[in-house]
Design a binder for this molecule. Structure first.
Ligand code: ATP
Ligand code: MG
Length: 393
């Protein structure tokens, strides 16, 4: 019986040598998660993943869902049938019927993963091309720039035919490269930073610092909403919400006013590092980029790094704001990020922040106060919520 399937091509997994089965299994798991509500049959076979038993009338929609699964290069909606010339021919004719009234060009591409199939790839291209020209006189062959590429794949147990590829997110399956902790604010940058690291196969946890009553419940809801959008790609993760008011007001009262922002950043990093270690995250992620604001000069970044003993990933480090905004729009966080809100960073901005802070000087300023009990208190009162996107496709 003829039916349909999704043909999934991987992104970088082919580079992974001996680890390849691990990456492939993870990808299968992620595809199953993304389509959990329809429980398809997902089969891994020689450099491809095939998804069967999907409701035939919503294939487009299911294919689109896979656009958010990292590790996938492209998805094709394929007609599949028996590995016989009769089926290949019939499926080709059926697929191309959609273009019968158009003056379009096409080309047949054939791949024979099963070399026992009696026709070579070249023969398939030639024979099927000929049949199609005969069946649809409006169509023409263009071997260099065909408008409709018709691919025929002869696999181990079936033949698959499709006329296009839906480009997907690329990257590597989440869960194949350890875990990192994203410092997420309600701004534009940090959600994009989280997306980019998750795209490299890293699982996320996230941490947000809030300062009631200086920041509102609304600001916190916004962060939760942003985290939910990120989780459409990164999968479910824990968001740690840390009360930061006491630390922040203490910095404000007791430390040099020009240094308050950098000191605040150092304390955020310290708490983030502690929380990361406790949950098995091996690195921190921030949305910083060089020179964007006073706290992101090279000197400020060095002072921030000095507060922790853990790698800090800053995937946006060389990006212009425009480029970050473009990505935020593409992944769907921008509209939420620009809703008005107060971040604890913006509430306590000093009038004349230092732009070239020195590590030694900042260590001294920090030592003016014993922050340790406050850090412990903040960690103790941290609330954890599980973030997952609602499957409301
Ligand atoms: P964003 O758009 O991500 O808010 P930003 O350009 O506003 O970034 P800053 O406010 O200086 O920059 O913050 C730099 C980074 O510090 C953020 O990208 C984020 O990773 C982290 N950060 C800032 N505020 C918070 C917060 N309240 N909770 C957790 N992380 C924060
Ligand atoms: Mg911010």
């Amino acid at each position: 019986m003829n039916s349909s399937a999704l043909v999934v091509k991987y992104a970088e997994i082919h580079l992974k040598g001996l680890n390849r089965p691990f990456f492939e299994r993870k990808l299968v798991e992620k595809i199953e998660e993304a389509l959990a509500d329809v429980r398809p049959r997902v089969v891994r076979e020689q450099g491809r993943i095939f998804v069967y038993d999907l409701p035939e009338d919503h294939l487009e929609e299911y294919a689109q869902r896979l656009q958010k699964v990292f590790g996938i290069h492209s998805v094709s909606i394929a007609a599949c049938g028996e590995k016989t010339w009769e089926d290949v021919r019939a499926l080709g004719i059926r697929l191309m019927a959609a273009y019968r009234d158009e003056q379009k060009t096409f080309k047949v591409f054939a791949r024979r993963a099963d070399k026992r199939f009696p026709m070579t790839s070249e023969m398939i291209c030639r024979e099927l091309g000929g049949e199609l020209l005969q069946a649809y006189p409006n169509l023409k062959v263009d071997v260099h720039h065909p408008e409709i590429p018709l691919t025929v794949e002869i696999r181990q147990d079936k033949a698959f035919l499709y006329t296009g590829e839906i480009p997907c997110a690329g990257g590597m399956p989440v869960g194949t490269n350890g875990k990192a902790m994203l410092l997420i604010s309600g701004g534009i940058d940090s959600p994009v930073a989280g997306y980019m690291i998750a795209k490299r196969g890293v699982s996320l946890a996230a941490i947000h610092f809030y300062s009631y009553p200086y920041t509102s419940e609304r600001a916190r809801d916004k962060v939760v909403e942003l985290a939910q959008i990120v989780s459409q790609y990164a999968g479910a993760f824990d968001l740690y919400l840390v009360p930061f008011t006491e630390i922040q007001t203490t910095i404000y009262d007791k430390c040099p006013s020009s240094e308050t922002t950098v000191l605040m950043r150092r304390l955020m990093m310290k708490i983030a590092e502690r929380t990361a270690r406790a949950c098995g995250a091996l690195a921190l992620i921030t949305g910083e980029s060089i020179g964007q604001v006073a706290s992101q000069t090279i000197e400020s970044l060095a002072v921030t790094n000095d507060a922790v003993d853990m790698p800090v990933f800053r995937p946006l480090i060389g990006f212009d704001k425009e480029e970050i905004i473009e990505r935020a729009k593409k992944i769907g966080t921008f509209e939420t990020s620009i809703l008005p809100y107060e971040d604890c960073c913006t509430v306590f901005v000093p009038q004349h922040p230092v732009t070239r802070p020195q590590v030694q000087k900042l260590r001294e300023s920090e030592a003016l106060v014993d922050f340790e009990p406050m850090i412990e208190e903040a960690v103790r009162n941290t609330e954890v919520i599980r973030i997952s996107h609602n499957v409301s496709y």
